[in-house]
Design a protein around this ligand. Structure first.
Ligand SMILES: Cc1cc2nc3c(=O)[nH]c(=O)nc-3n(C[C@H](O)[C@H](O)[C@H](O)COP(=O)(O)OP(=O)(O)OC[C@H]3O[C@@H](n4cnc5c(N)ncnc54)[C@H](O)[C@@H]3O)c2cc1C
Ligand code: FES
Length: 254
């Protein structure tokens, strides 16, 4: 699969919640080849001691030649990224990694926290399939997602830990009831690892194929350094940057 390194022009960079930023990049080569589930590896600033940071592609518009990234300020790298201004250029590598396999007629997308970001391009790519999205977050303040998904999905289910938006609790608590309706033939999930493990377990119980998008610290992003490996259920190991980040749940969860 083609991957590029290009200086992407920042078209906009806005705060969408206190710790969340939306970055729109003009990146002609990457925008025309990116598919849902892939990520870019971004040089966040001028500090050459800082490694690149991997961020999922939340949207790719091949006509406008733009990529959209939605990220959470987590530490030093993303804090530095948040200082970058409209009109500046950012060194990006991508699109990297294995994408989601688009399959099934009635998909269910399950996202938690910032893991909801890559599900946005996925939901768009699955159209016109009638997809439903189950999304969970901490509170209404972080729950910026429904407005972004409502025009591309059939139905949204929202939970927050504190009950300030949607149903109070965690998203996987709603899953047995949703799956028992027998409607869904594919599950896609991205978010905290314990959440994805619970989704994978329920997918197994309900005999529904499931794809998971894993996260790990990454250095090179292109399969050369082994910093991002994860255990596979067959006893082997996989590089998340090149063999993932998307896997079938049975490959990585028992
Ligand atoms: C394939 C992939 C796609 C990603 N997509 C997104 C995205 O779309 N939006 C987004 O906000 N974040 C995403 N991330 C996570 C993002 O890369 C990290 O939050 C970022 O690199 C943190 O860098 P930092 O220097 O700000 O924080 P650091 O100072 O490095 O770490 C701050 C905190 O974040 C945790 N952390 C750092 N890196 C990771 C990681 N790779 N996985 C899990 N926890 C981590 C650390 O344990 C620490 O608690 C993705 C990660 C991967 C591997
Ligand atoms: S980040 Fe170097 S092998 Fe994956």
């Amino acid at each position: 699969m083609a991957k590029y390194q290009e200086g992407a022009l920042i078209l906009s960079h806005e705060m969408i919640a206190p710790a969340l930023r939306k970055l729109v990049l003009y990146a002609p080569q990457m925008a025309t080849t990116a598919t849902a589930g892939q990520f870019i590896h971004l040089a966040v600033g001028d500090d050459s001691h800082l490694l690149r940071r991997p961020l999922s592609i939340a949207d790719a518009d091949s006509s406008r030649k733009t990529l959209t990234i939605i990220y959470k300020i987590a530490g030093k790298g993303t804090k530095q990224l948040a200082t970058r201004q409209k009109g500046e250029s950012i060194d990006c590598m991508g699109p990297l990694g294995q994408a989601f396999t688009l399959q099934g007629e009635h998909p269910l997308l399950v996202g938690g926290g910032i893991g909801i970001a890559p599900l946005l391009l996925l939901a768009k790519s699955l159209c016109p399939r009638p997809s439903e999205v189950l999304m969970g977050g901490r509170s209404a303040e972080d729950m910026i997602w429904p407005a972004l998904f409502e025009s591309i999905c059939e139905k949204l289910h929202v939970t927050t830990d504190d009950g300030t938006a949607g149903v109070k609790g965690v998203n996987v608590e709603l899953l047995p009831d949703l799956l028992s309706k027998g409607k869904f033939d594919m599950i896609y999930t991205c978010g905290p690892k314990p959440m994805m493990a619970a989704v994978a377990q329920l997918a197994k119980e309900f005999h529904i194929p499931c794809q998971v998008s894993l996260e790990e610290y990454m250095a090179c992003g292109i399969g050369a350094c082994l910093s991002c490996t994860c255990a596979k259920t067959n006893g082997g190991r996989a590089k998340i940057c090149t063999e993932g980040p998307v896997f079938w749940s049975t490959e990585v969860f028992d």
